[in-house]
Ligand binder design. Structure first.
Ligand SMILES: *Cc1c(COP(=O)(O)O)cnc(C)c1O
Length: 384
């Protein structure tokens, strides 16, 4: 075992300019619902080429509000891939909708449009495309499918700011796209999220719903010289503070460079692991550019679950913070309690058995990446 420092699978990067931006906001008159929020929204919408961006408290709030604004409610069905973070599915449950878990493609680990099609019923209201690990879903097929059945296409791009599909930025493709700014994601606001949409009407609704369902905010009332306000819908307090958005703006300046760095790290992993027969990496189909939030590898073959467990343990003892993203959502106890059973999405379950996320973040040093590669090869017994 090496005595070298522990390598995390991902972590935030905070520099002096980030700290200065937060401190300047603390000295300003606006701690929340102020100019930093608006500026962050404007800059983020430019980055992902979306017409509108609405900043909220976290990525889960972004999903909840996107689904609420899309009109999802009790009795509706929402199609979600089995391999995602639980929040994607939970958001539909918050609204009383039913979740239909779609299977994934074995090479991209992404929502399989054919599986989504097989789940469509007259209760289906939306499909949630999760850009797992930063890889954009097959938006062309999912758009066509949504249009054919009159469904809303929601992107959960928590992993994918900076990703592209067919030359379009993720965030400008689905009807509504959500992002997360949790510290382990690409750029952070501490806690935070964003919803982007081309629809001015949906954007206005999101703004109202993030602030209790009240139609105007304090600054608008001040500007109009009035104290009167009206709650017109049942909304939430899903606001994000100016303090957080100041950090987000400062982080966003580095995001382009960070994605390039992640892409280089991914390329090196792919080159260094290409000769390992029992391992496959996530396919990046032609015309797509991943933002590489994660670098998942899949151990294949009949003993994949045992080999994955062994690789996890041996890499951890080498000081390497490997992780697993994700167990199919419906295998969680809460979902089992709702009646979902093992076997529902066979490809997801088979892929999950061999999944392992390798360290991936823009500060990962070349020498540390070499340690990860060597450790994984040793764990899989490749070099003896
Ligand atoms: C992180 C994440 C979320 C939730 O974001 P929070 O900001 O943690 O609430 C939702 N979906 C996916 C796929 C995520 O990775």
């Amino acid at each position: 075992m090496s005595s070298a420092a522990f390598i995390p699978y991902g972590r935030q990067i905070i520099d002096e300019s980030d700290i200065d931006a937060v401190v300047a906001t603390l000295r300003s008159p606006w701690l929340t619902t102020g100019p930093q929020v608006e500026a962050f929204e404007a800059e983020f919408s430019t980055y992902v080429a979306a017409r509108n961006a609405v900043a909220v408290a976290n990525g889960t709030a972004a999903l909840h509000l996107a689904m609420l604004a899309a009109g999802i409610g009790p009795g509706d069905e929402v199609i979600v891939p089995a391999i995602t973070f639980v929040a994607t599915a939970n958001a539909a449950l918050y609204l009383g909708a039913d979740v239909k878990f779609a299977d994934i493609e074995p090479d991209t680990f992404l929502l399989d449009p054919r599986s989504a099609r097989s789940l469509i019923s007259d209760r289906t209201k939306a499909i949630v495309a999760v850009d797992y690990a930063g890889m954009p879903c097959d938006y062309a097929s999912l758009r066509a499918l949504s249009d054919e059945f009159g469904l809303i296409l929601i992107g959960d791009a928590s992993h994918a700011p900076g990703a592209e599909f067919g030359g379009s930025m993720v965030g400008s493709i689905a009807d509504l796209t959500t992002f997360s700014f949790h510290p382990v994601k690409h750029l952070t606001t501490g806690e935070g999220g964003m919803v982007t949409t081309a629809s001015d009407e949906l954007a206005a609704k999101l703004r109202m719903l993030r602030a209790h369902g009240v139609a105007t905010d304090f600054r608008k009332r001040e500007a109009a010289g009035t104290w009167e306000w009206d709650q017109v819908e049942l909304g939430y307090n899903y606001r994000i503070a100016d303090i957080n958005c100041a950090l987000g703006r400062s982080q966003l300046k580095k995001q382009h460079e960070w994605v390039e760095s992640r892409r280089q790290i991914a390329q090196r992993y792919r080159d260094a692991l290409a000769d390992v027969p029992q391992l496959s990496t996530q396919e990046e189909p032609a015309g797509r550019r991943s933002a590489w939030h994660l670098f998942p590898v899949r151990i294949t073959g009949p003993d994949s679950a045992a080999k994955r467990r062994n690789a996890f343990t041996s890499m951890r003892s080498d000081g390497i913070g490997v992780n697993v993203h994700y167990r199919p959502v419906y295998l969680n106890s809460y979902y089992a309690g709702l009646g979902y059973e093992a076997g529902l999405c066979p490809v997801s379950e088979e892929v999950y058995d061999g999944l392992l996320s390798l360290p991936m973040w823009p500060g990962l040093e070349w020498s540390d990446q070499s340690r990860v590669i060597d450790s994984l090869r040793r764990a899989l017994d490749v070099d003896n």
